[in-house]
Design a protein around this ligand. Structure first.
Ligand SMILES: *Cc1c(COP(=O)(O)O)cnc(C)c1O
Length: 361
């Protein structure tokens, strides 16, 4: 297939802005007149340091990161943070975990190796189809932090509010960072794997309240210690240089699109097209309850597993790729990240309508 024929709805790694890919292509062999690719540059060189500093500054600008917080650009994926967070912040004590989906459940299981995990809420009883309200959250007085996942990539639910807690907030924003404004000052730590909304896979972004560093358990590996990483400005070891460069290009693109506010407008319209169709339909069922719906991942199903499989197949034949649901949830899922053009959502909605007409009984 040609690139022009494809809309990529994969949950991650996922679509990147085409203009960013073209620019990376143009600079691939010779970046900024250095006579070499970013992939070939020493991470200790002045040329790379410039890219690194610009990426951090662009992220600070896009999310209005306050001085109290440092930007860390690391390896290891979001999953490494499932362990790094309790090792650094739990102090062997307790932490509250809101379990609202696949990744928060995995994070809570990992944390239980390093201290006591208190389950602040758990929406697995209804198949993770909703985000509990503030009044339903159980917080403990001695919690070192309150952990939640802002957008549940697998189940297509998203927190529409920031929880009120006494303990510092720790949030996995892997799949909705930079898609809506966030008051970073309310968080002890925001972190995200880059491969949904920011860059290719292999980069993890942390926005860390510096006052939380220095609490790591003695057994914490050096490469996971927040105080050490802060001291070395993310470069205790080699950072994911190429991904950091790509992050910078994506952030420059994002600014041209009106920044995070522009992304929020776009996501509302884009996801709205698909949800409107689901609401009208008696063929499709949306997984998330209204009020908990994700603006990034729309999880839904047809009346049967057979039709779901046929949907994936027929959509792919029309260039609509990556619509199979996660294996934990089944069904279908359309991931509509920042780089998905509105036209992609229009095409998807048109296909869904057509498929419904053809297959409803
Ligand atoms: C994809 C994803 C992860 C896992 O990220 P890795 O970088 O593969 O470790 C964790 N949390 C959320 C919300 C995700 O969407």
């Amino acid at each position: 297939m040609l690139r022009e024929e494809v809309y990529n709805f994969a949950a991650g790694p996922s679509v990147l802005p085409e203009s960013v890919l073209k620019r990376a292509q143009a600079e691939l062999l010779n970046c900024r007149g250095t006579g070499m690719s970013v992939m070939e540059m020493s991470h200790r060189s002045a040329a790379f340091q410039e890219i690194f500093d610009e990426a951090k500054a662009a992220l600070r600008k896009a999310l209005n990161v306050p001085e109290s917080h440092e930007v860390l650009l690391l390896q290891g994926g979001a999953t490494l943070q499932f362990a790094a967070i309790p090792m650094n912040l739990m102090g062997g004590g307790a932490a509250d975990y809101a379990v609202t989906g696949h990744f928060s459940r995995r994070a809570s299981a990992e944390a239980a190796k390093y201290g006591s995990v208190r389950i602040a809420c758990d929406s697995s009883d209804t198949g993770f189809d909703r985000i509990p309200a503030q009044a339903e959250l159980h917080t403990s007085a001695d919690a070192a932090y309150f952990y939640y996942c802002a957008n549940n990539t697998v189940y297509g639910t998203e927190w529409q509010y920031v929880p009120e807690t006494d303990a510092p907030l720790v949030c996995d924003m892997s799949s909705d960072i930079l898609s809506r404004p966030v008051d970073v000052s309310r968080f002890g730590l925001i972190y995200a794997g880059a491969q949904k909304n920011m860059a290719p896979a292999g980069l993890t972004v942390l926005l860390l309240d510096k006052s939380l560093a220095g609490r790591a358990q003695p057994f914490t590996p050096e490469v996971m210690r927040y105080d050490v990483l802060l001291r070395h400005d993310s470069m205790l070891n080699t950072p994911p240089c190429w991904n950091i460069y790509m992050l910078l290009l994506v952030l420059e693109w994002l600014e041209e699109q009106g920044g995070v506010a522009g992304m929020e407008e776009l996501r509302t319209e884009r996801a709205g097209l698909v949800y409107a169709l689901l609401d009208e339909s008696r063929f499709y069922t949306a997984h998330a309850r209204p009020g908990s719906r994700s603006g990034m991942n729309v999880a839904f199903r047809t009346p049967s597993a057979e039709l779901d499989a046929l949907f994936v197949q027929e959509a792919a034949a029309q260039g609509l790729i990556g619509l199979k649901g996660h294996k934990a949830a089944g069904g279908l899922r359309a991931s509509l990240y920042n780089a998905m053009p509105l036209e992609g959502a229009r095409k998807l909605a048109a296909f869904m309508k057509e498929f419904e007409v053809k297959h409803r009984v």
